[in-house]
Ligand binder design. Structure first.
Ligand SMILES: *[C@@H]1O[C@H](CO)[C@@H](O)[C@H](O)[C@H]1NC(C)=O
Ligand SMILES: *[C@@H]1O[C@H](CO)[C@@H](O)[C@H](O)[C@H]1NC(C)=O
Ligand SMILES: *[C@@H]1O[C@H](CO)[C@@H](O)[C@H](O)[C@H]1NC(C)=O
Length: 393
């Protein structure tokens, strides 16, 4: 004969199941990247916000000299074609900045005027974020270009950023998936903690930004970046490794002169998201309310001893003279924003540095479906995009 469970047993089992159900309902959704309707209950921001007109930031600013009308026309067009809202921040001619406007001025230390001008343009944007008390903003230079698929790339970047810096939903033995985050253990690593994008850990959904709660800088537009040096003790070593068809084959990738970068360590079509090391170019970066104040202090009120991008690097790494403190800076290789080079004399490429003599055809390095290179296709509402870097066998 089969004994039926008595009703008190059923009651206990029922209660336990109900409690389990409530617990899972209340807890698990906050850690999963599930449908937006479930997220609303638990988070003020949604990863889906990355698909909005400001790419999941509160504002987008483009630093641009008023005299570079060519670049303002170009940026206005590509932003419109990408359904992006932005505001110009006036860049400044360095010669117009008097010595007394330079903090802790020293006669031997004044940088060249183009660098002073670029510094001031970025500081004007940062000051604007602080004055308007914005929760976050993306700052771009006016010659930046990007892929038609930028929002998908940013969405993937955000998921990678969550995996590297958001607490695990199921934090049993460690709080973060990257055991070198937020601080490196005092050991030399023999291998880096690589996380596969296709199999990311489940993390707590962010509350303050679709990109995560703990970042200070998202260095999305650079012209060279290293993986964190294995010998370094400060910068976390975690990497999210993703197969990404928007990445050109490696013969087209630019490299920062040694083997500690994307080109030498992974197969073709790999994207890696990681903490910033040795970044150059401040073509595109996002900051938030907290880090804008820190950056205004560290790069605006301390002595200007290097070009702005180098000060941003120091701000990320906690290095430089004077030291600008360590900050949590995430980046991805290859860069999501790249410099567009228009057709014409090479020397017109920059108001800061020398790009040599001669004539060039227009192009954007490393971006396959560049918005600028596909402007005509997009204006005509086409979808047959020009791939600047088609695969070869
Ligand atoms: C886009 O999303 C961000 C983050 O949630 C938000 O701050 C911003 O206001 C949104 N932008 C627009 C245009 O709705
Ligand atoms: C800035 O925004 C934060 C968050 O909304 C708020 O708490 C703070 O009071 C604001 N500060 C100013 C000066 O508006
Ligand atoms: C990438 O593809 C190119 C072209 O087919 C090939 O020559 C190269 O060896 C590949 N690189 C790697 C790392 O697989």
């Amino acid at each position: 004969m089969i004994r039926r469970p008595s009703s008190p047993v059923l009651l206990v089992v029922g209660t336990v199941l109900t409690l389990l159900f409530i617990w899972r309902w209340a807890y698990i959704p906050s850690g999963l990247h599930v449908g937006a309707s479930r997220q609303t209950r638990f988070s003020r921001v949604h990863t889906q916000d990355i698909y909005n007109r400001t790419l999941g930031f509160e504002k987008i600013f483009v630093v641009s000299l008023p005299s570079r009308t060519d670049r303002r026309d170009g940026m206005s067009l590509v932003a419109a074609l990408s359904d992006i809202d932005f505001e110009f921040i006036d860049g400044v001619d360095g010669a117009s900045i008097p010595d007394k406007a330079l903090p802790e001025y020293s006669a031997i230390g004044r940088l060249d005027n183009p660098s002073i001008g670029a510094w001031r343009g970025h500081l004007n944007a940062i000051q604007e974020i602080v004055r308007r008390n914005l929760s976050s903003a993306l700052i771009l230079e006016d010659n930046a270009d990007w892929d038609v698929r930028l929002r998908d790339q940013l969405h993937n970047f955000a998921l990678s950023s969550h995996a590297l810096t958001q607490p695990l939903a199921d934090a049993i033995s460690s709080i973060y998936a990257d055991f070198t985050y937020p601080r490196n253990p005092e050991t030399t690593l023999t291998s880096t903690p690589d996380l596969a994008f296709e199999n990311l850990p489940v993390t707590i959904l962010p509350q303050s930004s679709p990109y995560g709660d703990e970042w200070d800088v998202l260095w999305l537009g650079h012209c060279g970046m290293h993986f964190p040096f294995t010998s370094g003790q400060t910068i976390p070593k975690g990497r999210v490794v993703q197969t990404d068809k928007t990445v050109p084959q490696q013969q087209h990738l630019w490299t920062v002169s040694d083997t500690n970068d994307l080109k030498y360590q992974y197969p073709n079509h790999t994207r890696v998201t990681h903490h910033a090391q040795d970044g150059i170019c401040s073509l595109g970066y996002a900051i938030n309310r907290r880090s804008a104040r820190q950056l205004l202090y560290e790069a605006g009120l301390k002595r200007v001893t290097a070009a702005f991008d180098i000060m941003l690097r120091w701000f990320c790494e906690g290095t430089g003279t004077p030291n600008r403190g360590y900050h949590n800076c995430l980046t991805t290789q290859p860069s999501l924003f790249q410099i567009h080079l228009p057709e014409g004399p090479k020397k017109h490429n920059s108001d800061i540095s020398d790009h040599g003599e001669g004539h060039q055809e227009k192009k954007t390095e490393v971006i396959r479906w560049s918005v600028k290179m596909n402007a005509e296709v997009l204006i005509n509402e086409g979808t047959d995009f020009v791939d600047q870097y088609p695969d070869v066998d």
